[in-house]
Design a protein around this ligand. Structure first.
Ligand code: COA
Ligand code: AMP
Length: 645
């Protein structure tokens, strides 16, 4: 375990005390936590609860998130400390950026945005690979009160276009390319295609030219990052209302239309800062590494905002857990940069375990600085948890959260008190979250019984105050299932000790290698093919990625093409229209799909068959014989053989 640092002892009651106070006296609790930050104007209310079901933290206050994450540390003497270390095995480069340098670069880029006409409240889409400029663009937006919306690089032009039309950005900031181990992904053609397809046209694109794949710029519209920033004047931090949006992050919803999750400035900064100490047990000056991508919420919160707000050094890693160059990549980064805490998705450890089951690579590295491994993004199977713990010899903490919340809903808050670990559980609700399990009628389910996991309102700071420009959808999606509660969309149970167990989604969302995707969105793409009469997409258990999407399609009568041709077409379509990240590679052509008598496709039953899990014959099934046909088709594709994780 890391030297000179011990996690707080178990059994002190510190967790329960903090948790209880966060619910009985939320204003006192978060008001105190907020003292750690620099405010331009104090709040009038810690929690404005005057317009339920909408709640606003730190109403009346003004703050600047970039100032608190960057400038403040320079003023307080951390100027020479590394703020960010970019470690990029795919480009064979390492770059250290100190807090003083980060301030300079954020201020100049903010100046450039301002020169392009971006002001407070304007939106800026960021479509970037894992380079420091992605974080600089985000922080620069925060600096001038603009609202960033980062779009993950593995999404297609069509997904980007959807986000352009919803966020209506004045400017798009993009890298010319991203680098995947197998290929260079040119981003600029995707940006051009997205703008072409979108109804809204941004005024400018700022393009970071990378030598691995340079972009052609459109004169007048496109601006070269390096050239333009050289002549830009630094911009100062602009105070914004604590309740003003800091960013919009789109996430899969139950339809093809992604949800624009809004994050505010004040509550977000407070929760991020608090979590570094009490969830992750970090100290300022230490090195924190979230091996995720800035395009996901984990990247927003724990590559960029939380480590910087807390004065840590954050690692930005442009590579994979395996293959860049081998399954020792993570250990190298930990040793080289003296990482205290690593946060990643279980799928990364499954990938490492697959390539190096006995941890041979570990022998080559000294990872003694590592104190704790945190996992999130998908259900953590007990095998992976145990393997990681055996290999690393440090506590492995599963914690549960979502894009919507921005930080953990349930965790072992080891900065408060280390709780006993129960494999399969992300431990207990984090202070601020009144987690309950309710049945369909809204009654609490007894310990051990599965139901909908809900959080009683108000949600703590940093959780979404609404969806972008869409209060109605916010209320409809999250707050209307049970008045007074937030619907997490996950099902699970609380045990007799109050531990949370998250088992499955109640909607069509699947989790592929820690990436959240909507099967409904994929069905929409399949259904658009002229030869497809009907289709269903299910998430099938996969040993590496947790789940993989499988498409079942019924073709129209008299189709001219072969099943193979149509299958290949559909795989290409999903890749083009959603993105490679969907990892959609399996299509089965079937004669019929199983349905209820009222015509609802029985996706859950098909998933059980594919996963080799016993299932009950649905009472309302129209024709049970169809399930045999589906089983045969799945078996022919190597599925339905009991390979559930
Ligand atoms: N830009 C463009 N394409 C991207 C991309 C990006 N930023 N990120 C991923 N892709 C592509 C990949 O190249 C791959 O394409 P392919 O079908 O041509 O091979 C596809 O999207 C799927 O990528 P990925 O999910 O990374 O799978 P993989 O098979 O390349 O690697 C793992 C498997 C387990 C190593 C990988 O998923 C991983 O490291 N996961 C870590 C989990 C994680 O970061 N989760 C985020 C939430 S915390
Ligand atoms: P995202 O919004 O992409 O972060 O995905 C959030 C979803 O991932 C959650 O609603 C869960 O379904 C799943 N998830 C995240 N973390 C965990 C976890 N620790 N255990 C189980 N499921 C998780």
């Amino acid at each position: 375990m890391g030297q000179d640092h011990h996690h707080p002892d178990a059994g002190t009651g510190a967790y329960q005390a903090a948790y209880d106070r966060s619910l009985t006296d939320p204003e006192g609790f978060w008001g105190e936590a907020a003292q750690a930050l620099v405010w331009d104007k104090p709040w009038t209310r810690v929690l404005d609860d005057s317009t339920p079901p909408f709640f606003h933290w730190f109403a009346g206050a003004e703050i600047n998130t970039c100032y608190n994450a960057v400038d403040r540390h320079v003023e307080e003497g951390r100027g020479e400390q590394p703020a960010m270390i970019h470690d990029s095995p795919v480009t064979d480069s390492k770059t250290v950026i100190t807090y003083a340098e980060l301030r300079e670069r954020c201020a100049r880029f903010a100046g450039l945005l301002r020169d392009l006409g971006v002001t407070k409240g304007d939106r800026v889409i960021v479509y970037m690979p894992m380079v420091p400029e992605a974080a600089i663009a985000m922080l620069a937006c925060a600096r001038i009160g603009a609202i960033h919306s980062v779009v993950f690089g593995g999404f297609s032009a069509r997904e980007l276009a959807t986000r352009i039309d919803d966020a209506k950005p004045k400017v798009i900031v993009a890298g010319s390319c991203g680098i995947e181990p197998s290929r260079v992904v040119l981003y600029k053609p995707l940006v051009d295609a997205a703008i072409e397809a979108a109804a809204h046209k941004p005024e400018h694109c700022v393009i970071l030219q990378r030598p691995q794949g340079r972009a052609d710029l459109i004169p007048g519209r496109d601006v070269d990052w390096a050239e333009a920033v050289a002549s830009a004047e630094p911009a100062a931090c602009v105070p914004v209302a604590a309740t003003d949006p800091l960013y919009i992050l789109y996430t899969s919803g139950t339809t093809g239309q992604p949800k624009g999750v809004v994050r505010d400035n004040g509550g977000h900064a407070v929760a991020m800062h608090w979590s570094m100490r009490y969830v992750y047990d970090m100290r300022p000056g230490e090195v924190y590494w979230a091996a995720s991508d800035v395009g996901w919420v984990v990247g927003h919160s724990y590559i960029v905002y939380a480590p910087l707000l807390y004065g840590c050094t954050s690692i930005m890693y442009e590579g994979k857990p395996v293959g860049t160059p081998d399954a020792g990549a993570f250990w190298r980064v930990i040793e080289e940069h003296r990482v205290s805490v690593l946060f990643t998705a279980p799928t990364a450890f499954r990938a490492i375990k697959r390539d190096d089951p006995h941890g041979e690579h570990l022998k080559r590295y000294d990872i003694s600085t590592l104190r704790t491994l945190f996992l999130a993004g998908e259900r953590c199977d007990p095998d992976t948890l145990a393997w990681a713990g055996d290999m690393l010899g440090v506590p492995v903490i599963d914690h549960w959260w979502q894009t919507e919340t921005g930080w953990a809903i349930a965790a072992n808050c080891i900065g408060l008190e280390v709780m006993p670990i129960k494999p399969g559980s992300p431990t207990k609700p984090v202070p601020g979250y009144a987690v309950e399990v309710l049945d369909e009628a809204g009654a609490p389910v007894a310990p051990g019984g599965i139901g909908r996991i809900m959080v009683r309102l108000p949600l703590p700071p940093a959780c979404l105050p609404t969806l972008w420009n869409n209060d109605e959808r916010f209320v409809e999606s999250y707050l209307s299932a049970q008045p007074g509660y937030y619907l997490s969309g996950d099902a699970g149970y609380l045990d007799e000790d109050g531990y949370v167990f998250v088992m499955s989604r109640i909607d069509d969302i699947i989790n592929v290698a820690g990436h959240r995707l909507s099967t409904g969105g994929m069905e929409g793409v399949l259904a658009s093919h002229p030869d497809v009469a009907e289709c269903a997409v299910i998430g099938v258990a996969d040993k590496l990625k947790g789940e993989l999407p499988v498409g079942l399609v019924v073709l129209k009568a008299g189709v001219q093409h072969s099943n193979e041709e149509i299958g290949a077409d559909l795989v290409r379509l999903v890749r083009e229209q959603i993105g490679p990240v969907a990892a959609f590679k399996t299509v089965l052509v079937v004669e019929r799909l199983p349905k209820t008598r009222s015509g609802k496709i029985l996706r859950g039953t098909m998933k059980s068959i594919a996963d080799g899990i016993e299932y009950r014959m649905p009472a309302t099934i129209d024709d049970p014989a169809i399930l045999d046909e589906i089983t045969t088709a799945l078996k022919a594709a190597g599925l339905a053989s009991g390979q559930a994780v």
